[in-house]
Design a protein around this ligand. Structure first.
Ligand code: SF4
Length: 186
């Protein structure tokens, strides 16, 4: 029996130490309070996110105050604003570069549905090419709505587990590919 096996069983002893928590639960808890965002801001919702990150709202309380502009050092991508068809492959490539487990938050009406821009050049919702975890309504959403989404995502990270996460992503990607073949790369 390896160390990992022992640490998965609360109540087991390791030398003179007693294991009091499940290792997965501890890792998930830690991860939920260090969700570093990659803000993909293309329009006014980006300004709202800046307000959310500032001291009045203090997103640091959730451990998410450290924006990363490298996808390799981010845990979640926040899509903030209108996404055009020209931009969609770029956004998808950035998503692909994030390390697993990674999460997608669609912030505001434009990212979630195209918003008021029902035109030939605007993607009518990023879930046409990304597996979205949380949708935030509003134009723009209030900082409270963004923080509420963050809390919901934390709950998901704490409780889902890696295996269930893999299954969910696989299902969503298959649905995207099936629904929207011309757009999707893989
Ligand atoms: S949802 Fe509203 S506030 Fe956000 S990017 Fe679109 S138009 Fe701007």
């Amino acid at each position: 029996m390896g160390l990992t096996d022992i640490l998965r069983k609360p109540g087991e002893t390791l030398g003179d130490m007693a294991q009091v928590a499940n290792l997965d639960a501890m890792v998930n808890w830690g991860q939920s309070y260090s969700l570093w965002p990659y803000p993909f801001a293309t329009a006014c919702c980006g300004i709202e996110f800046m307000g959310t990150a500032c001291s009045d709202n203090d997103i640091a309380r959730f451990g998410a105050e450290r924006p990363s502009f490298s996808p390799r050092q981010a845990d979640m991508i926040l899509v903030l604003g209108t996404i055009t068809y020209k931009m969609a492959p770029v956004l998808r490539e950035i998503y692909d570069q994030l390390s697993e487990p990674k999460y997608v938050v669609s912030v505001g009406a434009c990212a979630s549905s195209g918003g008021m821009f029902d035109t030939y050049g605007v993607v009518q919702g990023i879930d046409r090419f990304l597996p979205v975890d949380i949708y935030i309504p509003g134009c723009p959403p209030r900082p409270e709505a963004i923080m509420d989404a963050l809390i919901r995502l934390q709950e998901k990270v704490k409780t889902q587990g890696l295996e269930a996460r893999r299954t969910e992503i696989k299902r969503k990607i298959e649905e995207i590919n099936e629904r929207n073949r011309p757009l999707i790369v893989r």
